[in-house]
Design a protein around this ligand. Structure first.
Ligand code: ZN
Ligand code: FE
Ligand code: FE
Length: 197
């Protein structure tokens, strides 16, 4: 029987997966940037594209620190997420809705990467690959920041504008909506108090 693989083998495999994933994402981010209507959203995708190129270089450093050849291995997970993003881009949505959908696609990719890098950092630390862990942590932080940037753009206007286009009657009644929201939260607060009793 062949000898069993170790966590170190699994780690190298995941590094190759991440390397291929970043390469797929450089193409995907280019398309997302082109499809964005909001200039701030386009900027965010372009900035993260540049960061992604740096992340590819970081992975090359990590391979080097482990005396491993730089190699990618097809990342099926991101390929699927990117495929879904592409089909959304083919839809005929109003501008804000399309931007909201591009953010949704981008955040799915960032969350996938956060999961991957979170594991890589933890495994590297557990095995004492401190240099690799530190480099991978930098990328993990960048992915988290990219995700937060997309959330702030969505919540900073894009979602609401898309929602107002979907339901223009509600958009005209801003004050009413605000007062309904206030009484709803009062009701929710009293429900919480009741539940605690
Ligand atoms: Zn190891
Ligand atoms: Fe990345
Ligand atoms: Fe990313």
């Amino acid at each position: 029987m062949a000898e069993s693989g170790t966590l170190h083998d699994a780690f190298i495999d995941e590094l190759r997966d991440a390397y291929d994933g970043e390469k797929q994402l450089t193409k995907a981010l280019t398309k997302l940037a082109k499809a964005a209507h909001s200039p701030q959203l386009r900027d965010a995708f372009e900035t993260h594209l540049e960061e992604t190129q740096g992340q590819i270089e970081r992975l090359e450093q990590v391979f080097k620190s482990l005396d491993e050849k730089v190699r990618g291995k097809h990342c099926e997970g991101l390929a699927g997420i990117i495929e879904e993003g592409k089909s959304i881009m083919e839809e005929d949505f109003d501008d804000d809705t399309m931007d909201a959908c591009l953010i949704a696609a981008g955040q799915r990719a960032e969350h996938y990467e956060m999961g991957a890098y979170g594991t890589l950092v933890a495994w590297a630390r557990a095995m004492g690959h401190t240099e690799a862990a530190d480099i991978l942590q930098e990328t993990l932080d960048e992915e988290k920041a990219a995700d937060e940037k997309l959330s702030s753009l969505a919540e900073g206007g894009i979602n609401q504008r898309a929602a107002d286009t979907a339901h223009p009657e509600d958009a005209d009644e801003d004050e009413e909506v605000a007062s309904v929201a206030a009484s709803t939260s009062k009701r929710a607060a009293s429900r919480t108090r009741t539940a605690r009793r």
